[in-house]
Design a protein around this ligand. Sequence first.
Ligand code: HAM
Length: 425
Amino acid sequence: MSYYKVKGTYDVLPNEAKNWIALENYVRKLFKTYNYGEIRTPIMEYSQVIHRETEMSDMVTKETYNFKDKANRDLTLRPEGTAGVIRSYIENKLYAAPGVTKLYYIGPNFRYERPQRGRFRQFMQFGCEVLGSNEPTIDAEVIELAYQTIYQLGLKQVSVQVNSLGDDASKAAYRKALVAYLTPFKDQLSKDSQIRLEQNPLRILDSKASEDIEIIKYAPRPQDYLNETSKMHFETVLSLLDTMHIPYEINNKLVRGLDYYAHTVFEIHAMIKGFGAQNALGGGGRYQNLVKELGGPDTPGIGYAFGMERLLDALNQEAIELTDQTTMDVYFITFDDLSRKQAMKLQHQLRTQFISSDMDHLARGFKQQLKEALRYDAKYLVIIGEDELKNNVVQLKNTKTENQEVIPMDALLQTLKERLNHDKI
Ligand code: HAM
């Protein structure tokens, strides 16, 4: 009998975990720079948090993992972070704090989609939500932050796409116009879009089905239905982005895959050749009714999320190494029981100071130990042979410079502390 991972999931092995940790550290540092606090919510929510009357997107209606617990409660694995964060924001009365609330999160989400490159059934997102401001400055800051996320990582081949769906009134007027335009073509639309026409017509705009594309080409666009306030809001957001020199494109077909959005929406696409169909690295936008709908006070919000698998894939494609990858500090080379015993003692000392190390535990020969040290990319070798034991010293070898010196055993910790610190500068 063989056992396999669940379809659409993956294991992160130690050599890949390094990249994940580096990315998470980077994300935390960036959010801190923008004054965000971390929030951690459960991966399961009562189904009604996710399955709301107003949310008819495919993601929520078709792709969620739903189940009953032993007490017959309906639970859903979160397909995205926003709904749970808003539930928590309300339940914990975070709205009572003065000013805007800036929250960020990192964690797994679950969608029953057809797995392919960049698309999994369990996938990681980091994202943020800002609650409590209607000001266009926060729309611009959130887009700037999304752009910085990519820019600071060094990804170059990306496109920032923005659009506005307008406020509720503009959205309703647009929806009406779109349905009026599409209805005569109903029979020519794809099966999915025929259903969307009733439930969720805006989604037809970004359909990839060939029979839809020709029809969509001439469909009315959201921007033609923005009322004055919505237009002003969007123009201010764009002018703030210009002020900060954030490169963006207006994509007037961009509607996003969730129904809660209003006003500003945006996505960041990888434009790397051969990246594949799932090239949306991240996306987000403004939502005006979600807090109210989930039982909180009338509070606007805006946020985004990035897919971490896709980001790591993009980094890999552009041959960008995340910088804070920690390699092993020291590998001990030993020859017999006595030198192994001494190495154990020294390792214990080093590890109390968080100097990372390892040694051979298979009584292997010198050559194999050396190979192992190279595999781990150890910065230093500490060699303890018979002579060294006799003289209470070790050989300390810098693997980069190949410089080798003799160090008294009791000076090893101090010497390594100084060297490793110095190497960091
Ligand atoms: P979303 O566009 O559904 O937005 O997801 C954001 C990102 O998550 C996508 O751009 C993609 O990189 C990644 N992603 C989505 N589905 C998958 C999947 N099956 N496998 C791998 N990666 C995936 C949201 O989730 C919103 N909650 C964003 C937001 C926050 N809007 C406002 N606040």
